[in-house]
Design a protein around this ligand. Structure first.
Ligand SMILES: [Zn+2]
Ligand SMILES: [Zn+2]
Length: 265
């Protein structure tokens, strides 16, 4: 698999349209895989990592840190109780999350959603959870045909059998992109940005809020606040990748003049 985005783009776009005709193969590297798996064993090791993490928010922690929670969780009063994720937002998982925002990669979204379902079933065994996808504002849905959070939630629902509730939470105003803001501004950006449609279906239930990436936790926390006020007994979060918190910078290659995206160490 080439390291560039262009190569997986072309390969996965083709796989998304030809998967019904071809023998089972890994959605990432095209090597043969078993009929009930979308990824080969090598790719699974790249997508799902057993990293050292905060027990509350799944933020990566140095392996030498014996604490079970990070400094942000020690200070924050999160309304959600736990975060399930495949791994940190870097490497192949980060590439996959970027590709999942594009329309042709439905098969990739479905495959990643199935991996998330396995993690959720490990973490919340015996749970009678309900799923809710982080909603886009209707204007974004209107002009963009892909809502990756919704696609992932549908895949998780199919794999787990847990019901997916749609329309219970809506984004009531347009918000700035969280990735462009400081962590303090992210909290202000999403405060009051969601509305709950009252429903008895969430009363007394454990709700899992599904999204592609969680970084500051502000969006998930805002939605958790609404759901708890609406009668949910607890709220957890499921994301494909856990943001590392490091800002990404674009570095111009002196040799080629091309741009590449890196995370500062
Ligand atoms: Zn593979
Ligand atoms: Zn934490």
């Amino acid at each position: 698999m080439a390291n560039s985005i262009a190569s997986p783009w072309l390969r996965l776009a083709w796989q998304s349209t030809s998967s019904m005709l071809c023998p089972p193969e890994c959605v990432w590297c095209e090597r043969p895989t078993s009929p009930d798996e979308h990824f080969c064993e090598d790719c699974l090791r790249l997508f799902v990592s057993d990293y050292c993490r905060c027990k509350r928010c799944a933020s990566p922690l140095p392996p030498v840190v014996p604490n079970e929670s990070c400094s942000r969780c020690d200070a924050a009063k999160w309304r959600f109780k736990a975060v399930a994720t495949l791994g940190p937002y870097r490497g192949r998982l980060r590439e996959a999350v970027i590709l999942m925002k594009k329309k042709p990669f439905e098969l990739l979204r479905r495959a990643v959603g199935e991996l998330m379902a396995k993690e959720l079933q490990k973490q919340f065994a015996n749970s009678r959870a309900l799923l809710i996808a982080v909603p886009n504002h209707w204007t974004r849905t209107f002009f963009r045909s892909v809502c990756q959070a919704s696609s992932l939630a549908q895949s998780v629902s199919l794999s787990t059998g847990w019901p997916l509730l749609s329309g219970v939470v809506r984004r009531s105003r347009i918000t700035a992109k969280q990735g462009m803001l400081s962590w303090t501004d992210r909290t202000h950006n999403v405060r009051g940005a969601f509305k709950l449609r009252p429903t008895k279906r969430i009363a007394g239930r454990h709700i899992i809020v599904v999204d592609d990436v969680l970084t500051s936790g502000a969006t998930a926390d805002e939605i958790a606040k609404l759901l708890l006020a609406g009668g949910a007994v607890s709220v957890s979060v499921a994301v494909a990748a856990r943001g590392t918190g490091a800002r990404e910078v674009v570095v111009k290659s002196a040799a080629t003049g091309s741009d590449s995206t890196q995370q500062p160490s």
